[in-house]
Design a protein around this ligand. Structure first.
Ligand SMILES: [Zn+2]
Length: 311
């Protein structure tokens, strides 16, 4: 018999509510435009109504839980904290409590990287694994670390900022104020920068204004067509990721590491050099023993699956 959970992905543009079956199938979806909401009460009201609607439309009478993936969220308190960039509502939102009061089921909230890790565990490639790490590559680089079957949360809930491990202390300035974080080489905008630098080096000329506005997706397309600067851009990201992943292995000895997010969609262009650099940097104890793979979750729905796995 099937059971169901609700996964909610709170993005800057849309709040997507998905009804997820226990085998990982998303059987129904509702979407709310996040930016029309300026008040907590109406936002939660509409989320709850959307949950009721999707259940009714899919003839599902009961759900086991509701999970919410949102930046700036606290798993401990179940609240989206004040001044979340994605939202126009600036006050603290006790979203879990409010949803549980309306629907009578448990609700859990976490950031998107931890949600991605749990999604991988429940519905993806980490099924059956007790120790693994998920890296999320996108606007920034995030990570969710699972140790002995549990997400590592740390003393105050901020564990797992592996995008901000310093890989090159003489490297690029990071948005966090320090120098040489992994994120400055492997986030989407960083891969664009890798490309512009490689292009300038290879051609000896400064990039045009149009080139300066290139997207990571476009760099990926160029790399797929064999563009040398674009391939070098991914190779640079892979190089520093290789270091960072090898260091992370020394910390928690995961069985597998999964990579997720827009920049990973180039597949082997990133993964092939990454696996090579990773193996080169691994401590001898771990060589050949740690799986490095793309996330098994479908990219469009991973955020919803991750949220639905939260509990
Ligand atoms: Zn940083």
């Amino acid at each position: 018999m099937h059971t169901y959970a609700i996964g909610i992905d709170i993005g800057a543009t849309n709040t997507v509510i998905g009804l997820v079956r226990n085998d990982g199938q998303i059987v129904g979806k509702e979407t709310l435009p996040t930016q029309i909401y300026t008040e907590t009460k109406s936002y939660i009201h509409d989320i709850v109504e959307a949950i009721r609607k999707v259940m009714k439309d899919c003839k599902v009478e009961a759900i086991e839980r509701v999970g919410i993936g949102s930046p700036n969220s606290s798993y401990e308190t179940g609240c989206i904290e004040e001044n979340t960039v994605n939202l126009r509502i600036k006050e603290r939102i006790p979203i879990c409590k409010m949803i549980t009061e309306e629907l009578g089921v448990p609700a859990a909230l976490d950031n998107d990287a931890n949600a991605a890790a749990l999604g991988e565990l429940v519905y993806g490639g980490a099924k059956g694994m007790s120790n693994f790490i998920v890296y999320t590559l996108g606007t920034g680089v995030g990570s969710g670390i699972v140790i002995d079957g549990k997400v590592l949360r740390g003393h105050r809930g901020f564990a797992g900022e592996l995008g901000h491990v310093i890989v090159d202390p003489h490297g690029r300035k990071c948005g966090c104020g320090r120098v040489g974080c992994l994120e400055t080489y492997a986030a989407a905008a960083s891969i664009c920068r890798n490309y512009l630098e490689a292009h300038a080096e290879m051609t000896g000329s400064e990039p045009t204004e149009e080139q300066k506005n290139i997207t990571c997706k476009h760099v990926g397309e160029l790399a797929a067509q064999g563009d040398k600067a674009a391939i070098a851009a991914y190779d640079k990201a892979a190089y520093w990721l290789g270091f960072a992943l090898a260091n992370a292995v020394a910390f928690s000895e995961p069985e597998g590491i999964f990579l997720f997010g827009g920049p990973t969609q180039v597949g082997d262009i990133l993964m092939k050099p990454l696996k090579k650099y990773f193996e080169e940097q691994l401590l001898f104890l771990y060589k050949g023993k740690v799986l490095v793979e793309l996330s098994h979750l479908p990219s469009n729905d991973a955020a919803i699956l991750g949220a639905a796995a939260l509990q």
